[in-house]
Design a protein around this ligand. Sequence first.
Ligand code: 4NP
Length: 165
Amino acid sequence: MLMKSCTPSSVLLVCLGNICRSPTAEEVFRQQAAIAGLSIKIDSAGTSDVHVGDAPDKRSQRHAKSHGYKINKLIARQINANDFQKFDLILAMDAQNLADLQAIKDGITDTENTLAKLALFSEEDPTYGGNDVPDPYKGDGDDFEEVIERIESSAQAWIESWKYC
Ligand code: 4NP
């Protein structure tokens, strides 16, 4: 695929803990970008510091692996102000994550308008657009499966959106 000027060179995926949704999204996005021939730096982070240094949740690891996504080596970290300088696009898994990211961004002086664009991860998705990727932490196996289904769909929608801009 041709790289269009609107294709970001870096994307950061963000959820609360960085142990369930965003590490899964990181690997799904990485694989889909590679298939599309896009060279994009991809990373993930959490708004909270509770799981910093942890591997992804074992349930997320298991469900991701069953769909061909190996996430066991990823390590949780917390988002920081530098990320808003380093990344072109920061995608929030749910509306609360987006509000928390907006609050951090609002606290950073940005006279040259160089900070990352913020959006909901589902924003471009024709099926799930505007919806949260629901937090599966207190859920069951079906919830972890739904996370993967929504992430695959919404990541593909972003990549499609960069074909026609
Ligand atoms: P994540 O899921 O935001 O998708 O990583 C969660 C992980 C941990 C917690 C909540 C959500 N927690 O409360 O510890």
